[in-house]
Design a protein around this ligand. Structure first.
Ligand SMILES: Cc1cc2nc3c(=O)[nH]c(=O)nc-3n(C[C@H](O)[C@H](O)[C@H](O)COP(=O)(O)O)c2cc1C
Length: 343
């Protein structure tokens, strides 16, 4: 039944595509780009469309000042969107050439040049519509070594790496302990919880109005009036409660995947987003679910400790995922394509 529901939802997403007047070739590319994941589903991107290029720029009005004060996760999200855009360009017979541009001290954009020519489509494109973040408990089945080798082949963009640790390994245990410590810190941080609650969409009305954020469905909770939802979820944002649920999730997952950058720069964060998106699409094609366990990378003191003691060559721990097998969850909404295109 769950699978049928998921198929209907995926089909609906594909068939509701519409074109942007005057730019038929670029419509689908931007639609694919905005299917990318983003922190809190804030969708922190805007697009400038030109005759032979699309530029992706950060939308700082959608930034997350508490959990992402230096915009690292924002630039990772932009990198994910770039990768989707490039895959869609190839699908439509355009050769994409993405270049990162520095606008000022903290602002970077990505200009994707598009040349109409004979290009080989990339099969990962097909997974864009079905990729999702799956926060459910998984079914405990381990991913076999042959499948892990296939995932290992995902290309790592410059300055980025990823490492996979199976459940039962020392690193899985060590990283799990870092997750619990990270939860303990974040769940006592009033500003963190306030920001998180402001992005939760507790019912259909809120989802329809905003078309962004963390929906109650994607989090596996029932719909409630906003005030009640805030109260109930607020009660669960406690260190012991969060660690209890995360323990079950970690016990049911197959691997933890740590993504690192060499120098912790915005260019590398964008590159990491590209590596991440290809990783997510590849695992999606293999029927593998994923969810984020980021506290050890988001809490600076823990990230620094991890870097000193764990990562190879003192790389920066930047993102942590769990992967495994699970039934699909409901999809998260996206804003309309024309609302993210600017002059
Ligand atoms: C850089 C980045 C950080 C994220 N951090 C978290 C996180 O800490 N916890 C979480 O549950 N999801 C996290 N997510 C997943 C987003 O919440 C998710 O992508 C968004 O809600 C849209 O849903 P979708 O991925 O199913 O399309 C993150 C995604 C990105 C790209």
């Amino acid at each position: 039944m769950k699978t049928l529901k998921w198929l209907i939802m995926a089909t609906t997403m594909i068939t509701t595509n519409t074109d942007i007047a005057g730019q038929p070739d670029y419509d689908g590319m931007i639609r694919a780009a905005i299917q990318a994941p983003s922190g809190h589903n804030a969708q922190p991107w805007k697009f400038h469309v030109d005759s032979s290029s699309i530029e992706i720029v950060p939308d700082f009005s959608k930034s997350l000042p508490v959990v992402d004060e230096n915009h690292r996760e924002m630039y990772i999200s932009l990198g994910c969107a770039v990768e989707n855009l490039c895959l869609a360009a190839k699908e439509k017979g355009y050769q994409p050439s993405p270049t990162i541009q520095q606008k000022d001290d903290t602002t970077f954009s990505i200009l994707v040049g598009l040349t109409k020519e004979q290009v080989e489509p990339d099969p990962l494109f097909q997974a864009i519509e079905t990729r999702q973040t799956n926060r459910d408990e998984y079914n405990s089945r381990m991913i076999d070594p042959d499948t892990i080798s296939m995932v290992r082949e995902v290309e790592e963009q410059e300055g980025t790496r990823f490492y996979m640790y199976p459940r039962g390994s020392n690193m899985y245990q060590t990283l799990s302990e870092y997750i619990y410590r990270g939860n303990a810190i974040q769940m006592q941080d009033k500003a963190f919880k306030k920001e998180l609650l402001s992005w939760i969409r507790f019912n259909q009305k809120q989802i329809k109005e905003t078309r962004d954020g963390l929906t109650h469905e994607a989090m596996g909770t029932p719909a409630t009036p906003g005030f009640l939802g805030k109260m109930i979820v607020g009660m669960f944002l406690k260190p012991d409660k969060q660690n209890k649920t995360d323990r079950k999730k970690l016990e049911s997952s197959s691997h933890l995947v740590l993504f690192t950058t060499k120098n912790n720069t915005p260019r590398e964060w964008i590159n990491l987003g590209r590596t991440l998106e290809r990783f997510l699409l590849k695992t999606t094609t293999l029927g593998i679910a994923n969810a984020y366990m980021n506290p050890p990378c988001e809490v600076n003191v823990l990230a620094e400790e991890l870097r000193e003691s764990i990562t190879e060559n003192k790389e920066y721990p930047t993102l942590l995922l769990r992967i495994g097998y699970a039934d699909p969850m409901p999809y998260s909404p996206r804003r309309a394509v024309d609302s993210v295109i600017v002059d």
